[in-house]
Ligand binder design. Structure first.
Ligand code: PLP
Length: 287
């Protein structure tokens, strides 16, 4: 089956889907994106993703390319055309095509592109083994709350992780505190059992999964604190995990050369993953 993409009003075969060479996304990374997961035929947290897209666009003064209602229909159509049951929707909006000059163009029409692809969920065995993360300096700009296309520091960090046999890289600020992963939020469970994740401000992307986990924790009576934590505190933690739309809750069992807890996924992390999957399965009727 051929993949279908959506580009500025048209559904096209993936291999024929192109944008102009003077699109500002291509030349300046002048745009934003979202990744929405479809799980067992249901979109997870669609509204939160679309709200965050609106925020990112507003912060960068990029016009909405289409109305919310139209966008929801396009998303459903791309899921249908690509027959996605478990997969992800990539949605990108840029300031549009214009002569290459740094200031915003007066009249550019924002460009919108959507693609979809199936994903395979990791086995329970993989989840129970957990993943390794490395720590790297956070060299990004100061508006990480905007889901910008400009991902060079993130991809360099992720490449370093790959070269060191790790799944993710946790970025560390000038005070030795962990901000977040290159495409996920960072969490620890302290030796006294407290669930900790960094406060969402300009320093991190406020993950949709992060927000859902906080809601679930509250519902389950799990105490949590939103605050920064250092590399040392993370390495001494009882448990650690990452969260993102595509990884849900994924236990971290090694940070650099240090094993976390007993080197196996922690009970709270596994419990939260289970609750998150239950939550995802309850989003019936959203497509
Ligand atoms: N932090 C960064 C830098 C990300 O790129 C992402 C997701 O791509 C996240 C956190 C997690 O966000 P979400 O849970 O909405 O996927």
């Amino acid at each position: 089956m051929s993949r279908i993409a959506y580009v500025n009003g048209r559904f096209l075969r993936h291999s024929y889907a192109t944008v102009h060479i003077e699109d500002r996304g291509y030349q300046f990374a002048d745009g934003v994106y979202e990744v929405i997961v479809v799980y067992n035929g249901m979109m997870i947290d669609e509204v939160m993703h679309l709200d965050r897209l609106d925020c990112s666009l507003r912060e960068l003064c990029i016009r909405q390319p289409v109305s919310r209602a139209a966008l929801r229909s396009i998303i459903r159509e791309i899921i249908r055309l690509n027959k996605i049951k478990c997969g992800l929707i990539y949605l990108q909006v840029t300031r549009g095509v214009a002569k290459r000059e740094h200031p915003f163009p007066n009249k550019a029409q924002p460009s919108i592109v959507l693609t979809a692809k199936p994903i395979t969920m990791p086995s329970q065995k993989t989840i129970e083994a957990g993943v390794k993360v490395i720590t790297i300096e956070d060299i990004r700009w100061k508006r990480r709350d905007i889901k910008s296309l400009a991902l060079l520091p993130n991809i360099i960090g992720r490449q370093k992780a790959k070269e060191q046999g790790a799944f993710e890289a946790w970025q560390v600020d000038e005070n030795g505190k962990i901000t977040e992963g290159t495409s996920s939020n960072a969490w620890i469970v302290t030796q006294s059992g407290a669930l900790i994740t960094r406060t969402a401000n300009h320093d991190i992307l406020n993950g949709t999964t992060r927000l859902s986990i906080l809601k679930l924790a509250k519902r389950l009576g799990i105490k949590y604190t939103e605050r920064s934590f250092s590399i040392e505190e993370a390495k001494a933690a009882r448990e650690a995990f990452i969260s993102s739309a595509t990884t849900f809750v994924t236990p971290v069992t090694q940070i650099d050369d240090v094993l976390i807890g007993d080197g196996r996924a922690g009970i709270l992390s596994l419990g939260l993953r289970g609750s998150y999957i239950e939550y995802a399965n309850q989003q019936g009727g959203t497509i």
